[in-house]
Design a protein around this ligand. Structure first.
Ligand code: GOI
Length: 524
């Protein structure tokens, strides 16, 4: 008597919702697709960075950057590829504006190549050809009704500044400020959103810690902390310059990245703490000084403790003076977040003999083998992690305005226009963004898909494609062609919502009707 309705009830719940990655994840309550609209004024954009797309590496008096030098060093990049030509956006920028316009995005996040406008890094020699390139790009965007969001530092430091020690040299604070000031002066009348640094954690750890990115320094226990200290101060100074010296009324902040750190066993406090420590050592390293003042307590105690155990007479994590803490605190107009994946964290006590930023964390991290894959070894889609991460940022940093300044996924080089994997990824991740906004009231105001087009993927060269548009790197014109995902993104922007599709609607409503009949039968 009871069995039939019970079965129907079960079926109706199981089939009422759609799931992404159903073959892997099986948490209906968490992962069901949520149908609702994005806020009316939600900002939709797409993003790139200078070295990854521009090419023109030595055109019109541009100086070399650390990425030019690194990529020209044999053995550093997959296949010894480089960004000498890349997407040739130095010549094709009008094409870039056109494909942005075709998707109907209202914002474009790109970065300025510092050595293109200051070949030696210093303000005493301004390269007007470089200024003119960005000026024309900005004007073309505005003509197309697209607002620029400009990143000042997306990893391509002038080599001349590396020659004096790069970010380990504290004089770069003022030198960066001069560069930022020049950009505000020349472009500030037309740019409403500025980002000082993109993902300083990647710069300092991969560039100064383990040498897999430029400048290729292998000093895992010291250099990352020193470089970060300079970058944080440089960020703060540029922030103050923008607001004190100019009155454009735009916004300026920093973009940070971390994976969502998920405790392996949420019932174990030591795993929960490990996951928090991981996020504090990545995003918190920069966000804590900028949003709350000084380094996170977890970093202070871990690095201090390890340094003492290592017999050092001062901590490898430098200190800010009280004045510096105050000067840095509050230098943000929004929280820029780049997010791609999720990582599982387990408590693991590293031996004190390891003088290493990662060992300092006492965390073992991994991604389960059964999670979906992408073309990048480090990037496994796990969409709910983005919702968790957004909630973490909201709670940790007092409910800031959040821009997701990058999110996206890679497909293999051979895969051209049919990128259903990417559509699934964007659907799943954006649905989690929508849940964060609508259910959790996280203040996400904008989203930038990474990337507008296939480009130079750093140490992986051209082997991994992140683009919404395909770029043919064998053709000297570097033609761009929209992939299926570009059309999907365009349609999503147009509807500004996850709209229940008719198949789901019919399935859901028929299940509900069956359920009601079953209930009536039961009550009789
Ligand atoms: C963004 O960073 C960035 O802003 C964009 O510019 C970029 O295009 C976009 O991401 C997409 O990547 C496991 C030796 C696999 C070689 C572990 C040592 C690969 C390669 C750790 C150490 C990790 C997003 C590269 C954040 C860079 C990917 C930061 C995520 C390369 C690894 C490695 C590993 C290694 N990270 N990125 N990598």
């Amino acid at each position: 008597m009871l069995r039939f309705p019970a079965i129907l009830c079960f079926i109706s719940i199981a089939y009422a919702a759609d799931y992404y990655y159903p073959e892997v994840f099986n948490d209906p309550e968490r992962d069901a697709v949520y149908y609702d609209s994005f806020p009316e004024d939600f900002i939709w954009g797409s993003a790139t960075s200078a070295y990854q797309i521009e090419g023109g590496w030595d055109a019109d008096n541009k100086g070399p950057s650390i990425w030019d030098v690194f990529a020209h060093t044999p053995g550093k990049i997959y296949n010894d590829e480089n960004g000498d030509v890349a997407c040739d956006s130095y010549n094709n920028y009008l094409e870039d504006v056109k494909i942005l316009k075709d998707m109907n995005v209202k914002f474009y996040r790109f970065s300025i190549s510092w050595p293109r406008i200051l070949p030696s890094g210093l303000i005493d020699n301004v390269n007007e050809a470089g200024i003119s390139y960005y000026s024309k790009l900005i004007d073309a965007l505005l003509d197309a009704d697209i607002q620029p969001m400009v990143t000042l530092y997306h990893w391509d430091l002038p080599q001349a500044l590396q020659d004096i020690g790069g970010w380990e040299n504290e004089t770069l604070v003022d030198i960066f400020n001069d560069y930022a000031d020049l950009c505000f002066d020349r472009f500030g009348d037309r740019v409403g959103y500025w980002i000082t640094f993109n993902e300083p954690y990647v710069v300092t750890w991969l560039g100064y810690g383990i040498a897999v990115f430029a400048p290729g320094i292998n000093d895992p226990g010291y250099a990352p902390y020193r470089a970060a200290h300079t970058i944080i101060k440089a960020h703060a100074e540029a922030y103050h310059t923008y607001h004190k010296k100019y009155s454009y009324g735009g916004k300026i902040s920093i973009t940070l990245s971390t994976d969502y750190g998920m405790p392996e066993d949420a019932t174990k406090q030591e795993d929960v703490d490990a996951a928090i420590r991981y996020m504090q050592f990545t995003a918190g390293w920069y966000a804590h000084p900028i949003f709350k003042g000084d380094y996170p307590a977890q970093m202070r105690s871990q690095v201090d403790m390890k340094s003492i155990a290592q017999g050092l007479n001062e901590s490898r994590l430098p200190s800010f003076t009280d004045e510096e803490v105050e000067y840095i605190k509050g230098t943000h107009d929004f929280f820029g977040l780049n997010a791609y994946t999720t990582t599982v964290c387990r408590y693991h006590e590293s031996p004190t003999s390891e003088v290493n930023y990662e060992s300092d964390q006492d965390v073992y991290r991994f991604q389960p083998d059964d999670w979906p894959k992408s073309a990048s070894e480090w990037l496994r889609p796990a969409p709910w992690g983005l919702r968790e991460l957004l909630n973490w940022v909201k709670t940790e940093y007092d409910d800031p305005e959040i821009f997701i300044t990058e999110n996206g996924v890679s497909t293999p080089y051979e895969q051209i226009l049919d990128d259903s994997d990417r559509i699934t990824y964007y659907s799943a991740y954006l649905n989690e963004v929508l849940k964060a906004i609508k259910i959790d009231e996280v203040n996400v105001v904008g989203y930038f898909a990474w990337s507008l087009m296939d480009n130079f993927e750093w140490a992986s060269g051209y082997s991994q494609r992140f683009g919404l548009h395909h770029v043919d790197f064998d053709d000297p014109d570097r033609p761009r062609t929209p992939k299926d995902s570009a059309l999907f993104y365009r349609d999503l922007i147009a509807s500004n919502a996850f709209v229940i599709n008719s198949a789901v609607f019919i399935r859901t409503s028929s299940m509900v009707i069956l359920f009601v009949f079953a209930l009536i039968r039961l009550l009789k």
